[in-house]
Design a protein around this ligand. Structure first.
Ligand code: AMP
Length: 290
């Protein structure tokens, strides 16, 4: 695995790959890898000849009182995990490499960035959209892979790629979970043991929503109040938002008549955790008809 720190070095390495006719798959990350990241890397390697991974804790997507300085980092561990996963090129730029002095250009996707996480983290998706656009321009991959764990982020990236005519296939990958259901996240390291147990209510409540729908409940407000009750019952979990919405437009829906997104953000101790699931409407029972 080749590791490069500058855009020039990366472009040179990528030009050599392209000269050999190799396709490029790209996974942007903030590092501190877990199995969710590794799944994306392995999929990149499956779908393209050369897998490129970036590690960059992007300052522009953190608010002034957020965890930029505390965000977990372990480059040595990440390097060996990436190598193990079959990554060909690891790009680890400095903040100055990405945002040199005088930097002045930002990408703002309007609409879908103003709801869910965008409400509580103003400017977050502007930072995400900007860095992802820059990284896509730098790497110019054939495909780029992102996790559905950050559903809204994936929706924002699909939107900017479509709107700005960026000719790159965007692939979303299912959320990788711990055995007990907790969505893997670099921020899970912040959780004390009792907070880790309490945080399970987040994934459990997503399952509860699907169970309610399977049992005939189609009214979003009934599902929301049942889930709110369950989550508020966990003293250590402070709900930030809980919404049922259209998976693409992220506009709230009242009735579950098609695949619908249920999205949660909550604070548990020092960690801000997000999770989501697509809930399917109750399947029509056609058994009686045959
Ligand atoms: P991050 O390093 O947290 O910025 O994440 C880098 C990429 O990994 C993003 O596309 C995330 O959506 C994805 N990712 C993070 N956690 C998971 C997970 N548990 N399952 C699948 N993908 C994930």
């Amino acid at each position: 695995m080749l590791e490069v720190h500058t855009i020039d070095e990366l472009r040179e390495a990528l030009a050599a790959e392209r000269m050999k006719g190799r396709s490029i798959g790209f996974v942007p990350t903030m590092g501190y890898f877990h199995e969710g990241h590794i799944t994306l890397m392995k999929e990149a390697k499956k779908r393209a000849d050369t897998a490129v991974v970036s590690i960059f804790v992007n300052p522009t997507q953190f608010g002034p009182n957020e965890d930029l300085d505390k965000y977990p980092r372990d480059l040595d561990r990440d390097r060996s995990m990436a190598q193990e996963a079959g990554v060909d090129i690891l790009f680890t730029p400095s903040a100055e490499e990405i945002y040199p002095e005088g930097y002045a250009s930002y990408v703002d996707v309007i609409g879908i960035t103003r709801v869910l996480c965008g409400k509580s983290r103003p400017g977050h998706f502007r930072g995400v959209a900007t860095v992802v656009t820059k990284l896509l321009n730098i790497v110019q991959p054939n495909i780029a892979l992102f996790g559905e764990k950050d559903w809204q982020q994936l929706a924002v990236i699909k939107k900017l790629v479509a709107d700005l005519n960026i000719d790159i296939e965007i692939v979303g990958m299912p959320t990788v979970r711990e055995e007990d259901g907790l969505a893997m996240s670099s921020r899970n390291i912040y959780l004390a043991p009792e907070e880790r147990s309490a945080a399970l209510i987040i994934s459990k409540s997503l399952k509860l929503a699907q169970n309610m729908v399977d049992n005939g409940e189609g009214d979003a407000s009934n599902i929301l109040s049942a889930l709110r009750g369950a989550i508020e019952g966990e003293g250590l979990v402070e709900l930030e938002y809980l919404e049922i919405c259209d998976p693409e437009s992220l506009v709230p829906v009242k009735e579950i008549t098609a695949d619908t997104l249920i999205a949660i953000a909550a604070r548990v101790g020092a960690a801000r955790l997000i999770d989501n699931a697509l809930i399917r409407p109750q399947l029509e029972n056609t058994g009686d008809l045959v």
